[in-house]
Write a protein that binds this ligand. Structure first.
Ligand code: SF4
Length: 255
C-alpha cells in the first residue's frame, strides 16, 4: 500500500504543475465528469484517469477493489499533505484548540429540496414500466432522435434529484453568520454562493429535462406539472435567499 500511496501522491503533485489547470474548478461543478466540458482543466479528473490507467482491473471485483483503495489513498495522502503544511507553518496538529461547531437547523427550503429528491426518485421508480413502454413505441416507429432525447432527459433527472438537496443544504451552512459578516476575511460566503448557484443550474437542467417528457407523457401531465412547479419555486426561493447568486463566478466555468 505504501508504494501505491507514494505513486498516488507523486502523480497528483506532478499533475498539479500543469498550468492549464484551474484551481478549485471541482468545488462548484456538478461532479458529472462524463458530461463535463472542462475535464482538461480539472486536477481531480486528470488524477482519477491517471490512476485508472495504472490499475490492473480484470473484472468488476478488481474494479471495486481499486475504487475502495483510491478512497483510502485519497484520505491518507490528504492527511499527509495537511501534516506537511502544518509542519511548515509551525502548527502542532495535536494541540489545536477545540472549536465548537454551531448546530445546524434545516431550513424549510432545505427540507423541500431534499423532499424533491425522494419524490422524483420514487416517481421514476413507479413509472419505470411506463417510460419503458414509451421507449418501445418509439423503437417501433424508429424515432431514434426522440429515443436519445428521452434517454438524455432521464439521465439528467437521475443525476440531479439528490444533488439538488445536497447543494441547497451546503448553501445554508452558517448562512446567517456569513451573510452578516461585513469583513468575511477568508471569503467563506463564496462557498454558500457557489453551492447555491450550482443548485440553481441543476434545477434549471432538471426543468428542461422534465419539459421533454411533458410534451409526450400526457397520462403523467399532472405529476410533471407538479414537479415543474416545485422546481420553479425552489429556484425562486434560492434567488431570493442568495441575492446576486448568479453573478458568482465558478472557477473555470463562469470566468
Ligand atoms: S470539473 Fe468536471 S471533470 Fe472536474 S470533477 Fe467537476 S465535473 Fe468532473
Amino acid at each position: 500500500m505504501n508504494s501505491k500511496k507514494e505513486r498516488y501522491k507523486r502523480t497528483m503533485l506532478d499533475l498539479a504543475k500543469n498550468e492549464d489547470l484551474v484551481s478549485g474548478i471541482y468545488n462548484y461543478c456538478d461532479r458529472w465528469c462524463e458530461r463535463c466540458t472542462k475535464t482538461r482543466k480539472c486536477l481531480t479528473y486528470l488524477h482519477e484517469q491517471e490512476m485508472k490507467e495504472g490499475a490492473d482491473a480484470q473484472n468488476s471485483d478488481d474494479e471495486n477493489q481499486h475504487f475502495w483503495e483510491q478512497i483510502r489513498l485519497a484520505w491518507e495522502v490528504t492527511m499527509e499533505l495537511i501534516e506537511e503544511d502544518a509542519d511548515r507553518l509551525g502548527i502542532d496538529l495535536n494541540n489545536v484548540p477545540e472549536i465548537e461547531l454551531p448546530e445546524h437547523i434545516e431550513t424549510p427550503l432545505e427540507v423541500r429540496a431534499k423532499d424533491y429528491g425522494f419524490k422524483m426518485h420514487d416517481w421514476l421508480e413507479k413509472n419505470r414500466e411506463y417510460i419503458a413502454e414509451k421507449a418501445e413505441q418509439l423503437v417501433m416507429i424508429a424515432d431514434e432522435a426522440l429515443i436519445v432525447k428521452y434517454k438524455d432527459a432521464l439521465e439528467v433527472l437521475q443525476w440531479y434529484y439528490f444533488f439538488i438537496g445536497t447543494k441547497v443544504h451546503r448553501a445554508h451552512l452558517d448562512l446567517e453568520e456569513r451573510q452578516n459578516d461585513p469583513e468575511d476575511e477568508y471569503s467563506v460566503y463564496s462557498d454558500n454562493l457557489g453551492s447555491a448557484k450550482i443548485a440553481i443550474i441543476a434545477i434549471e437542467r432538471s426543468m428542461d429535462a422534465l419539459s421533454v417528457f411533458y410534451d409526450d407523457f400526457k397520462e403523467r401531465e399532472d405529476d410533471i406539472l407538479g414537479f415543474l412547479a416545485e422546481l420553479s419555486s425552489l429556484k425562486k426561493q434560492l434567488l431570493k435567499t442568495f441575492p446576486g447568486v448568479m453573478d458568482f463566478k465558478r472557477p473555470g466555468f463562469d470566468d
